[in-house]
Design a protein around this ligand. Structure first.
Ligand code: TXA
Ligand code: MG
Length: 339
């Protein structure tokens, strides 16, 4: 049985106490953060964490992010907290930034996918923070079945997990819509492992140039440092195709592709920042913030409307656009059409 706790109108202390009891009892609770919904369990309880992997169908070597509510919790999880980590935490926590650091012995290898490092973040969401404060540091991957688009609404979590986890907190739509930026500070040079809700440009203003792990661009080399990078991601059932290139060419190319697929008898959906004629259409909004917020929802909704093909308009790779294009290209299995 799954208890759904409605907090769409704001934090409710009684609901938090119920959810915290589930976490402390080794159960699973899905909760909103500012990025996407997380599927949480007590990060230091091996059996509880194991249940996250089972519920998601997640490979055991793909490590989880541990969520904390105050900076001091970091010292309980990380063996060393380098200067860059302190600077970044001061500037961006709570917020959509995850830092990978050498782990302490107390953090189980189940949580870190067998690695000697631990990924930590302090989410900027009152419900998430209250839940952690009322319980313990919480390990939480995005609350989707492995390989599916991340959830930005409680409905998405219900679709994937109703009846399979103990509790879902409904906090309405998540604000940012793409997951946190993951940066590795455990080795010689700071390295970006996943672009996300905090633009890389902002991080570089604080700690200088950051290396970009080649797998971020889709190259399958040295995935050992972030095993999550090698798995299929964000994929709806429909085939996704991304159209990238000069704006003035993209429009014509999308219209052309819609006709090509329709003439084959396929149902075609388009997700874009401008209007298009297609069997189904999802408007992503105009700004990069709006596109980030709507991205996963668009993939899930077009899928629900039963399209065979989703044609997605690419956006520029700066700011949040870096995270958006990273997710879109993965969702498309790197099927990219250049206009
Ligand atoms: O915004 C977010 O980060 C959301 C919300 C719930 O906080 N969580 C999330 O978790 O996106 P997940 O599990 O879907 O993605 C975590 C990413 C994976 O790519 C994983 O491989 C990487 O972080 N990661 C976790 N621990 C790591 C470690 N010790 N070293 C390298 N990468 C790690
Ligand atoms: Mg995920």
């Amino acid at each position: 049985m799954t208890v759904v706790i409605n907090m769409r109108d704001g934090l409710d202390e009684r609901g938090i106490r119920i959810a915290a009891r589930f976490i402390l009892g080794g159960r699973l609770v899905a909760f909103p953060t500012e990025t996407v919904y997380g599927l949480g369990a007590d990060a230091l309880n091996e059996n509880a964490v194991r249940r996250i992997f089972e519920a998601k169908g997640r490979p055991a070597d793909n490590p989880l992010i541990v969520h904390i509510a105050e900076f001091d919790d970091l010292k309980k999880l990380a063996e060393e907290v380098p200067r860059e980590a302190k600077l970044l935490a001061e500037r961006f926590w709570p917020g959509p930034l995850t830092m990978v650091l050498p782990k302490r012995g107390e953090v189980p290898y189940v949580t870190t996918g067998g690695l000697d490092t631990v990924a930590v973040r302090m989410p900027a969401h009152p419900i998430a923070l209250a839940l952690i404060k009322a319980s313990t540091p919480i390990a939480a991957p995005s609350a989707n079945i492995s390989g599916k688009p991340s959830p930005t609404l409680a409905e998405h979590v219900i679709d994937d997990f109703y009846g399979r986890i103990e509790c879902i907190i409904d906090g309405g739509e998540t604000k940012i819509g793409v997951e946190s930026t993951v940066i590795d500070l455990s080795s010689e040079r700071p390295t970006l492992l996943r672009p996300g809700g905090l633009p890389l440009e902002e991080i570089e203003k604080v700690i200088g140039e950051v290396e970009i792990h080649p797998a971020v661009r889709g190259k399958l080399v040295d995935v050992a440092r972030s095993p999550g990078m090698k798995y299929r991601h964000y994929s709806p059932s429909a085939q996704v195709i991304v159209v990238e290139g000069k704006r003035e060419n993209v429009k014509g190319k999308i219209a052309e592709l819609v006709e090509v697929y329709r003439s084959k008898g396929l149902r075609v959906g388009v997700m874009a920042t401008e209007e298009y004629e297609a069997d189904e259409f999802f408007h992503l909004g105009k700004t990069e913030e709006e596109v980030a917020r709507n991205l996963f929802r668009a993939l899930r909704e077009l899928d629900k409307r039963g399209v065979d093909v989703i044609i997605a308009e690419g956006i520029e790779e700066r700011g949040l656009g870096f995270a958006v294009m990273n997710r879109l290209r993965k969702a498309a299995g790197y099927r990219i059409v250049w206009a």
